[in-house]
Design a protein around this ligand. Sequence first.
Ligand code: 2BA
Length: 110
Amino acid sequence: MKLIIAIVQDEDSSRLLSKLMLQGFGVTKLATTGGFLKAGNTTLLLGVEEERIQEAIQIIEKVCKSRKQMTSAPTAVTGVAHGEYSTYPVEVTVGGATLFVLSIDQFMKV
Ligand code: 2BA
């Protein structure tokens, strides 16, 4: 048994959840927030038998799209008092999905 932690974009989460459930994967959905954009994203927890890991990853890869998003980055303002900052727009590419695959010592339901 392994645990896949998948951080995905909110836009992909419903479709991904449906596909995974349809294929018989157990899934828990968490509402999370990305540290960089400080915007909502979705984290899925999947307990998966070793032989189905690749199948799960393929489904995630197929459903989760990468998207471009604008954010603002701080830049020091020149010609004004020390320590003052302005912001300028920066484009970042988010996703498809960020995955962590962890080994699980024990899986039980009591
Ligand atoms: P966020 O932290 O909101 O990051 C959104 C996107 O901003 C990232 O997309 C990446 O393209 C960009 N980004 C993140 N940190 C950056 C930085 N220091 N400088 C410049 N650009 C930066 P993804 O890499 O696809 O990540 C999507 C979300 O997955 C992240 O949302 C975060 O919630 C999670 N994530 C990504 N890497 C992680 C890690 N090593 N550990 C934990 N969570 C991670």
